[in-house]
Write a protein that binds this ligand. Structure first.
Ligand code: NAG
Ligand code: NAG
Length: 460
């Protein structure tokens, strides 16, 4: 087995290199620390307060119709805890009943009223309502009081975003299928729309905006349903314009790395993080989060792909990931009936199946670490389970690292056409040998292809 890279990597380290870090792995399953489930915060926004990031988005485990708006919290954008529902299905409230559409929840704090204001795209299942819904809450992740929905200034409004200026003035970003895209100024309490600040006869779906220096950057996608397209952006010095021509920011043809913009989070003074959804229409609950650093230079924005990268929110910096060592499951120790299976889409054309189950099949990897540290493990897996209306075909496994156990989610990979998927495990290792054991949680676990372990930077 390959030991975690040590000396080779130390040479790559930046001065004052990090001793420990957790990586962002775009496109992997991200298990919330306290639920054992893939994060259900699709169409998300992030609201920041007092050193904590709140990821607010849609529960999609039962498909496209409204189930709940969920809130997760994190201090580092990597380890997420589920906190609660802002709103959930409510048969006594017509907008929130079964077969309704509630998408793209966004929360802003109103500094004057002290209330948290929740903005929603509210629709009927045929998308004819095209309204904005409002709610208010006293705490960011607590229950919200739903206030109802309307068409802003009488205009259709589908996917929305919001933007708050330093002076507290806030704007609704909205797409009107009869016209195009608008920026609308909100009232002082954020509970209604006052006026149109800017409008384009151009469709930018799921608009998201960030301000860096004196420049505004607005992002949006074309209209291709759940399928991804080459998303676009425009910039201006004034919200009323003039705005630059809409243009792509990721390499054309990648369909924005198969994602749709949902939110753009400021990072430090000059940087920002692109946050998108990679939708799986046949398994919406398994839809993945594509988060990548945006490279901003004046009016130019570029998005490069990184298999993994890390961010230091406090310092406002990010860095690409280190090379990972690969531990094939077929070379690991198998016990309790876990056994080798052929797998065309796997590295080495083999994987290990029969993990979990009645016999408690287990795969144990012996991972050598050069020092103590936080690491992000990546497990490549397959799970051929059918997706039903009430599950995203997830299988759980208990992943134990040096005896510390956590439940990790492995959503169905049926929609990947035989390819493997990735699930990440945010954990810590100790200097020397670490046994990483994967066993069942309840029922069968996933079939495992390979365990990837990043190079630890151990200082010099
Ligand atoms: C932005 O443009 C509007 C409309 O032209 C103008 O009234 C406003 O003063 C401008 N704001 C700034 C900060 O220049
Ligand atoms: C992480 O990124 C590095 C380089 O940026 C790459 O070598 C490595 O394979 C990546 N690991 C995973 C698990 O994607």
């Amino acid at each position: 087995m390959t030991p975690i890279l040590t000396t080779a990597l130390t040479g790559l380290l930046l001065a004052g290199g990090v001793l420990a870090k957790h990586d962002i792995v775009p496109g992997a399953a991200w298990t919330a620390s306290n639920t054992g489930r893939h994060i259900q915060a699709h169409g998300h926004g992030i609201t920041y307060e007092d050193g904590v990031y709140y990821m607010i988005g849609e529960e999609k485990s039962e498909g496209s119709s409204f189930q709940a708006v969920n809130c997760y919290s994190s201090t580092n954008l990597v380890d997420w805890d589920f906190v609660g529902n802002l709103i959930s299905r409510d048969d006594s409230e017509p907008d929130l009943g079964p077969n309704r559409i509630i998408e793209r929840p966004k929360v802003l704090k109103n500094d004057q009223t002290g209330k948290y204001v929740l903005f929603l795209h509210v629709d009927s299942s045929d998308y004819k309502d095209a309204r904005v819904g409002w709610g208010t809450g006293d705490t960011i992740c607590g229950e919200y009081n739903y206030l109802g929905s309307s068409r802003p200034l009488g205009k259709q409004s589908r996917d929305i975003g919001v933007f708050k200026e330093e002076d507290g003035t806030a704007y609704l970003l909205t797409e009107d299928r009869e016209y195009g895209t608008r920026i609308m100024r909100l009232s002082e309490d954020y509970l209604s729309v006052e006026e149109i600040t800017m409008e384009w006869e151009y469709f930018a779906e799921s608009p998201a905006m960030v301000k860096r220096g004196g420049t505004y950057y607005i992002f949006g996608s074309h209209l291709t349903g759940w399928n991804p397209n080459d998303n676009v952006y425009s910039t201006a010095q004034n919200l009323s314009g003039p705005w630059t021509e809409w243009t792509e920011f990721a390499p054309v043809g990648t369909n924005t790395y198969s994602s749709q913009v949902s939110f753009v989070l400021p990072l430090g003074d000059d940087n920002a993080i692109y946050m998108g959804d990679r939708w799986f229409p046949n398994n919406l609950g398994a839809s993945e989060y594509i988060w990548l650093p945006l490279q901003i230079d004046g009016n130019t924005v570029r998005l490069d792909w990184y298999d993994n990268w890390s961010v230091d929110m406090e310092a406002g910096t990010w860095q690409p990931g280190f090379p990972y060592a690969e531990y094939e499951a077929e070379a690991a120790e198998l016990s309790n009936e876990a056994r080798l299976l052929d797998c065309g889409g796997c590295s080495g054309s083999q994987m290990v199946g029969y993990i979990g189950g009645p016999q408690g099949g287990t795969v144990s990897f012996d991972v050598e670490a050069a020092c103590d540290g936080d690491v992000t493990l990546v497990l490549k897996y397959r799970n051929g389970d059918k997706v039903t209306t009430t599950t995203f075909g997830a299988r759980n496994a208990i992943v134990s690292v040096g005896g510390v156990e956590q439940t990790v989610d492995f959503p169905s990979t049926r929609h990947k056409g035989g390819q493997t998927a990735e699930s990440v495990v945010q954990t810590a290792v100790k200097e020397g040998s670490n046994i990483v054991a994967v066993s069942g949680a309840d029922g069968w676990g996933p079939d495992l292809d390979v365990l990837l372990v990043p190079g630890l930077s151990c200082g010099s």
